[in-house]
Design a protein around this ligand. Structure first.
Ligand code: PSU
Ligand code: MN
Length: 310
C-alpha cells in the first residue's frame, strides 16, 4: 500500500470570537483585556468575579470586551464564560510574546501578559487594551537584566494600553526612561503624576495629560496618523477612595522585596510572588485597590474606544 500521509487538520493559531470579530469588522469599539492579571495577579475565587466585572464594565461603556488567552493551543481573542472559568481555575502558564509560538505549537494553555495580549489584540485588529499595571524595569536590573518584555512590546505594537502605571516593586524612573527611549507616549488621565498602581502618585511626572476620553482618543489618533509605530500608555490613577494607605504600602513593599531576595525568587515569578505577598499581608486591602483600578481602567478604555469609533 502506498503511504498516504495523514492530513494534519488545519488549525487556525488565532481565533477571534464571533462577537469580537463582528465588532472589529464593523468598526465598533472593542477593548482587549489581559488574562495574566486574572490567572496570576488576583487570587481565586475573586479572579473569576473580576473577569466578569471587567467585561461588564467594558459593555456598560459601549464597547465589546475581548479577553485574551491561549487555550488548547489556540490564541483566543474574546472568551466564552467557560473559557474564563478555565483561565481563573489556576495552573495556567504565564505567556509573554516569546512563549506564544511554543504554547500554540505544543497545544498548551496559558494566560497572556501585557506584551502577549497587545501582540494578539493587534493581530486581531483591536487597538485599545485595559489592564492594571505594566511590567517594567525590575529593581536590580543592572545586575539581573530583568526588564519586562512588556516594554519591548510597547515599543513595536501599536496598541493603546490603559493602566495605572507600574508598581513600586519595579524601578519606576528606569521604566519611564526606557519608555521615553522607545518613543512610547505616556499620557496621564486627569493627573500630572505617573501613577504607582496601589498609590496615585509614583513620585514621577508624566509628560502629557488629558482630561477626557475624547482628548485621549485625539492623542492616539494623531500618534497613529503621524506614523507612530509604538504603542502608547494612558495612565489613570486608582480611584482616591481605593488608594492603599501609604504606610501599609511601604511596609508591604519592604517585606515583599526582602521575601524575594531571601527565597531567591527571580525572573517571571517575581511579580506573582510580590503580588501574593501584598494580598496576604494587607488582609485584602491591596486586593480591593487592585480590583478598583482595573475596573476603572476597563471603563476608561471602553470610553476611549468609543470616542475613537473603533
Ligand atoms: N503588574 C501588575 N500586575 C500584573 C502584572 C504586572 O501590577 O498582573 C503582570 C502583567 O501580565 C504583566 C506581567 O504583563 O505581569 C509582567 O511580567 P514580567 O515582569 O515577568 O514581564
Ligand atoms: Mn522579567
Amino acid at each position: 500500500m502506498p503511504h498516504v500521509p495523514v492530513p494534519v487538520s488545519p488549525r487556525d493559531p488565532l481565533l477571534t470570537s464571533p462577537e469580537v470579530g463582528d465588532a472589529v469588522a464593523a468598526g465598533r469599539p472593542v477593548v482587549a483585556l489581559e488574562s495574566t492579571l486574572l490567572a496570576h495577579g488576583l487570587p481565586a475565587p475573586q479572579n473569576r468575579a473580576a473577569a466578569e466585572d471587567l467585561e461588564t464594565a467594558v459593555r456598560a461603556h459601549g464597547a465589546v470586551p475581548a479577553t485574551v488567552a491561549v487555550l488548547d493551543g489556540v490564541a483566543r481573542v474574546g472568551l466564552t464564560a467557560g473559557e474564563l472559568d478555565r483561565v481563573c481555575a489556576g495552573g495556567l502558564a504565564k505567556l509573554s510574546v516569546r512563549d506564544l509560538g511554543a504554547a500554540v505549537g505544543l497545544r498548551r494553555d496559558g494566560a497572556t501578559t501585557v506584551a502577549a495580549t497587545a501582540a494578539l489584540a493587534h493581530a486581531a485588529g483591536v487597538q485599545v487594551f485595559a489592564t492594571g499595571g505594566l511590567g517594567g524595569v525590575h529593581r536590580g536590573a543592572r545586575e539581573s537584566w530583568d526588564v519586562s518584555a512588556d516594554l519591548a512590546a510597547l515599543a513595536t505594537t501599536p496598541v493603546l494600553v490603559v493602566c495605572s502605571g507600574v508598581k513600586s516593586i519595579l524601578d519606576v524612573p528606569a521604566t519611564l526612561e526606557v519608555l521615553e527611549t522607545e518613543s512610547v507616549p505616556v499620557v496621564g488621565y486627569r493627573t500630572d503624576a505617573f501613577p504607582g498602581f496601589y498609590r496615585r502618585d509614583s513620585g514621577h511626572p508624566v509628560p502629557w495629560r488629558v482630561d477626557t476620553p475624547a482628548e485621549a482618543a485625539a492623542v492616539w489618533q494623531a500618534h497613529r496618523a503621524l506614523g507612530g509605530r509604538p504603542g502608547a500608555v494612558l495612565a489613570q490613577p486608582v480611584p482616591a477612595d481605593a488608594e492603599l494607605d501609604a504606610v501599609l504600602h511601604d511596609r508591604l513593599l519592604d517585606e515583599g522585596l526582602a521575601l524575594i531576595s531571601s527565597r531567591g525568587v527571580t525572573g517571571k515569578d517575581v511579580t506573582p510572588v510580590l503580588l501574593e505577598h501584598f494580598h496576604s499581608g494587607s488582609d485584602g486591602a491591596s486586593l480591593r485597590t487592585n480590583l478598583a483600578l482595573v475596573l476603572a481602567n476597563a471603563a476608561l478604555a471602553a470610553q476611549v474606544a468609543a470616542a475613537l469609533g473603533a
